[in-house]
Design a protein around this ligand. Structure first.
Ligand code: PGA
Length: 242
């Protein structure tokens, strides 16, 4: 049985008051579900001090340390209490031109620090309309697989770009197809661990669509943006998962 993950991705939102509100909530952490909070880097230490768990960086530097102004290293994320880091989010891919070659370097940095990776993939609207979803997923996964980076800790977040922040979540059937495809691609090189890897869905997840999506066989939780910025709405998603 795969343990479900409810992961919040605050993006460039939130403040100390929001951390306070989240830290005051008693989040269900049990053998069925784990919670992950992807906060802005400046809030991580505050969240750690308040006992909010588990924490994730929203990105990481491809470098270990040194003269890289503005960058945050994997060791810094770890020191700030992170056990996870999100990489490859579509906003990083589009705003900063991040590609698989760079993401491999970031992943290596995280692995060296023992941080688990939440690796985001997903097709654009154009690829979706052209019927190229499977090709896109393969192109985003194959270089990572070939670099030997997939391990038991790996979490994949399938986030169709057209569903992010649009209010138009994928249907459970559509998402399940993509998740099954992803698990199949992983199984080609990693037959032993592929059945136990967690694959999250992201893109306009709300409390009212979460139960339908989580019922799909290969959906093992969510990466949530907008609806993770409010204690009640994020809790509503977690309740819909259980
Ligand atoms: P959304 O964002 O839930 O606001 O659609 C999801 C994400 O980008 O991780």
């Amino acid at each position: 049985m795969r343990k479900l993950i409810a992961a919040a991705n605050w993006k460039m939102n939130g403040d100390v008051a929001l951390v306070d509100a989240f830290a005051a909530q008693n989040w269900p952490q049990n053998e069925r579900i784990e919670t992950v909070f992807g906060l802005p880097a400046t809030l991580l230490s505050t969240a750690q001090a308040q006992g909010l768990a588990q924490l994730a960086g929203q990105d990481v530097s491809a470098h270990e340390s040194g003269a890289h102004t503005g960058e945050i290293s994997a060791a810094m994320l770890k020191a700030a209490g992170c056990t996870y880091a999100i990489i490859g989010h579509s906003e990083r891919r589009s705003d900063h031109g991040e590609d698989e070659a760079l993401l491999i370097e970031k992943w290596q940095q995280l692995k060296a620090q023992g941080l688990a990776v939440i690796y985001c993939i997903g097709e654009s609207l154009a690829a979706h309309d052209a019927g190229e979803t499977a090709e896109t997923l393969r192109a985003q996964l194959q270089p990572i697989i070939e670099a030997g980076l997939i391990d038991e800790q790996t979490v994949i977040a399938y986030e169709p770009v057209w569903a992010i922040g649009t209010g138009k979540a994928a249907t459970p059937e559509y998402a399940q197809n993509a998740h099954a495809e992803i698990r199949q691609i992983l199984a080609e090189k990693h037959a032993r661990i592929a059945p136990s890897l967690r694959i999250l869905y992201g893109g306009s997840v709300k409390a009212d669509n979460a139960s339908g999506l989580i019922a799909a066989q290969d959906i093992d939780g969510f990466l949530v943006g907008g609806a993770s910025l409010d204690v009640r709405s994020f809790l509503g998603i977690i309740e819909a998962m259980t």
